[in-house]
Design a protein around this ligand. Structure first.
Ligand SMILES: [Zn+2]
Ligand SMILES: [Zn+2]
Length: 259
């Protein structure tokens, strides 16, 4: 499984694009390609990686804040322009079909009906797991300004966890148990920000969930700039697992890549 951090930023960062992960996974010889979140800045970063309009199998939307889903109309439009034929799964919390359909209608009126490839909407909730793109998907609720779901993807050999936005809960800790890579939002270095995690809190999360590696994303822009040295020092002190601040374009390969 390969995880590429197309973006690692919060909503209004002039330097770091919105948090968006591109997952490539191989199971039984079949490759799957999945995007986790698609904010305003995400589509061009994905297009720079791959031009094939049929590459993407599924898009996961953790919650309906613009930095996590407002890129979807551009993504769907370009697939239409490039004559995509393959079905696309759009998955997210309750309301995903209504919200994506109306955002497309606002952005490009009349285009939704013209799409020449099928869209399959799937609503996720913390009570049931599902299978999509040859991976098992399970979900848990975290604490944010609106419903926001953390997701765990498992391809039978490797498992990855992505928090979306929000502070962890007992439910998300158990969802992340033992994953090879957890990606968690950490809005501040320390203290309590309603609806968000801090780097200190996320380290506690990683320890409780016994994750192998922890990537911290969605760091508030001024804090990332002004307290970068403090963050670096703190992360270096963590010895029981690896914790890091990825840069846009970085990737992690959970080897062997054939898994
Ligand atoms: Zn956000
Ligand atoms: Zn949010």
């Amino acid at each position: 499984m390969k995880i590429t951090f197309l973006g690692v930023g919060e909503s209004c960062d002039e330097n770091y694009p919105n948090t968006c992960l591109w997952i490539e996974s191989v199971r039984d010889g079949h490759r799957s390609s999945v995007l986790l979140d698609c904010g305003f800045t995400a589509p061009p970063l994905y297009w720079r990686q791959i031009r094939d309009p049929d590459d993407l199998d599924a898009l996961w939307i953790s919650h309906f804040h613009g930095d996590h889903f407002f890129g979807t109309p551009a993504l769907l439009l370009r697939f239409w322009e490039r004559n995509r034929r393959k079905p696309l799964v759009l998955m997210g919390p309750k309301g995903v079909e209504r919200i994506i359909t109306s955002s497309m209608e606002l952005a490009y009126p009349g285009f939704f009906q013209k799409l020449n490839y099928p869209l399959h909407f799937r609503e996720a909730n913390s009570r049931e797991s599902l299978v999509c793109s040859r991976m098992n998907w399970s979900f848990a609720q975290n604490i944010h300004g609106q419903e926001s779901l953390a997701v765990r993807l498992d391809n039978g050999k490797h498992a990855v966890f992505y928090s979306g936005d929000g502070l962890f809960t007992e439910e998300t800790i158990s969802l992340a148990k033992g994953v090879h890579l957890a990606v968690h939002e950490a809005f501040r270095l320390e203290g309590h920000t309603p609806g968000h995690g801090s780097i200190y809190q996320c380290i506690e999360f990683g320890r409780k969930a016994c994750v192998q590696r922890l990537a911290l994303v969605h760091v508030q822009r001024d804090e990332r700039r002004g307290r970068h040295e403090e963050m670096r020092r703190l992360l270096k002190e963590v010895e029981d697992f690896e914790v890091f601040l990825p840069e846009p374009g970085d990737s992690v390969v959970l080897s062997p890549f054939s898994g």
